[in-house]
Write a protein that binds this ligand. Structure first.
Ligand code: ZN
Length: 93
């Protein structure tokens, strides 16, 4: 069994991983698998399937890929910065 593009090495339980992801999204595991095999990942920011190449890297994660695409991640951090700045304004005054 050769899975091109997938990290080779220690074999973890792909099946349980698949099942967990599918359950979380409320879709069929076979549908989830089809998406992943097509090179797509679920973007938690946009709530849609996007090419895995567009995703941010996340060293803390097992597969090294974050939950959002780069674009979505940028929007989130921008919003975070804005909120932080606003909070600062509130306290000072
Ligand atoms: Zn996205």
């Amino acid at each position: 069994m050769a899975a091109a593009g997938w990290p080779v090495g220690r074999k973890h339980s792909d099946e349980s991983c698949l099942l967990m992801g599918a359950t979380r999204l409320g879709i069929d595991p076979s549908e989830y698998r089809a998406k992943r095999e097509a090179g797509l990942r679920w973007c938690t920011g946009h709530k849609r399937w996007e090419p895995s190449a567009d995703f941010v890297s996340h060293p803390g994660k097992r597969d090294g890929i974050g939950g959002q695409c780069v674009e979505s991640n940028r929007a989130i951090s921008r919003e975070y910065q804005r909120r932080k700045a606003r909070a600062k304004q509130h306290t000072g005054g």
